[in-house]
Design a protein around this ligand. Structure first.
Ligand code: CU
Length: 162
């Protein structure tokens, strides 16, 4: 997991050295993180990513100072049980969008250095293959929002932590 953090730092420095302008080719909307539940050390971030370059893009890494480790996750139903799986990238179709949401793709925050409190916000850095690095601020929403978005009354099933 250290490698991913180092990779992010490396890409950042690389961008500075080459003087890349921060032209966002991906639009980030409706981002939010779920507030910590029962002192859980994990949480998740959700958002809608839209490719405005017309060429498609790929989210390859995410980092935040509030989490020790950050992973890109998808949900898969295996033998009727929803499971989270880490993936190396989340592709955004050319001119289209993907929605990271509970029960689907999401950014997993692992090893929170402090609980996420509703009403606060956390900084998040996203690394794309084309759009390079995009910094954003993610508001923290309460658990009620999470359940409202999942659409099924089955919290805590499948060994998920958010
Ligand atoms: Cu997850």
């Amino acid at each position: 997991m250290k490698h991913r953090v180092l990779a992010v730092v490396g890409v950042t420095v690389f961008s500075w050295v080459l003087g890349f302008s921060a032209v966002a080719l991906v639009k980030i909307e409706d981002q939010w993180a779920s507030a910590s539940i029962n002192n859980s050390s994990n949480s998740a971030v959700f958002m809608t990513l839209t490719d405005i370059s017309g060429q498609g893009d790929m989210l390859v890494a995410v980092s935040s100072p509030v989490a020790t480790t950050t992973e890109l996750h998808i949900h898969k139903t295996v033998n009727g049980v929803m499971q989270m799986r880490p993936v190396s990238a989340l592709p955004i179709p050319a001119g289209g969008s993907i929605t990271l949401q509970p029960g689907a793709e999401h950014v997993m925050l692992i090893g929170l250095k402090r609980p996420l409190r509703e009403g606060e916000a956390i900084p998040l850095q996203l690394v794309f293959t084309h759009s390079n690095i995009v910094e954003t601020t993610v508001p923290i929403r309460g658990v009620g929002d999470l359940h409202a978005h999942t659409g099924h009354g089955n919290p805590g099933s499948g060994g998920t932590d958010h």
